[in-house]
Design a protein around this ligand. Structure first.
Ligand code: ADP
Ligand code: MG
Length: 223
């Protein structure tokens, strides 16, 4: 089953002058697959990912995720869809520095309020453990190392059990040892939990070991 179906996407930016950044993009992503987006700097990787994450709504064409069409949906509907179904990991983690690691992981789930806080805390601790940062649970985020913070950010992206985990160079800021930990975790989430992973990466090794590579050249998908 395709979890994501993209048809004929065109994307323009208008500042400083009109420029077409994505050109006729079609792609399918199967549920449970681990997919990498590669391409040179400026080829449109982040732009494509932001469209697929529903954070950018200004595009031509069709994006269906979990059988829902994203084109034309209102911002509130999209925010709700995102909170329920998409976990996002940025290159720089954007944790709240004054909050503990545990609190950072709990926040998206507290916002959704599907479970009582005690259960959310329990699940957040489980995720911190899965990522090997449970010993840091009660430390303020600002006191953790870069690699630890990124792992906390991944736990945060997982807390609402998203259908899809998206990352824009999620290992780009990590040393090779931490990058390998994150890579193995993504691999495990897709093969053991059936979670779909979609990450922009510069790391050829990372891309080679994924189920599918989407390679962009000047805003087009290359064969
Ligand atoms: P990549 O992530 O592959 O490096 P991007 O998707 O960030 O590439 O950018 C693709 C192209 O779109 C680049 O030429 C970039 O300068 C341009 N671009 C990206 N974001 C904007 C924006 N907000 N406004 C104008 N141009 C942009
Ligand atoms: Mg980018």
């Amino acid at each position: 089953m395709n979890l994501i179906e993209v048809r004929n996407i065109n994307k323009y930016f208008y500042q400083p002058t009109k420029m077409q950044v994505l050109n006729n993009v079609d792609l399918d992503i199967e549920k449970g697959h681990f997919v990498s987006i590669t391409g040179k700097s400026g080829s449109g990787k982040s732009t494509l990912l932001y469209l697929l994450s529903t954070m950018d709504t200004d595009f031509e064409g069709s994006i269906r995720i979990n059988s829902e069409e994203m084109q034309g949906k209102r911002n509130r509907w999209l925010a709700d869809f995102r909170n329920h179904h998409i976990g996002f990991v940025f290159q720089f983690h954007y944790l709240l520095p004054e909050f503990t690691a545990l609190r950072n992981v709990m926040l998206p789930a507290l916002k959704l309020a599907r479970y009582p806080p005690a259960e959310i805390e329990h699940r957040a601790m489980d995720l911190l453990q899965l990522l090997g940062v449970d010993a840091q649970a009660n430390k303020r985020a600002s006191l953790l190392s870069g690699g630890q913070q990124q792992r906390v950010a991944i736990a945060r992206a997982l807390i609402n059990e998203p259908l899809i985990i998206m990352g824009d160079e999620p290992t780009g800021n990590l040393d090779s040892q931490n990058a390998a930990i994150v890579f193995d975790l993504f691999r495990q989430l897709s093969s053991e939990r059936g979670q779909t992973i979609l990450t922009v990466t510069h790391d050829d090794d990372f891309a080679r070991r994924s189920d599918k590579v989407i390679h962009l050249v000047d805003g087009r998908i290359a064969d």
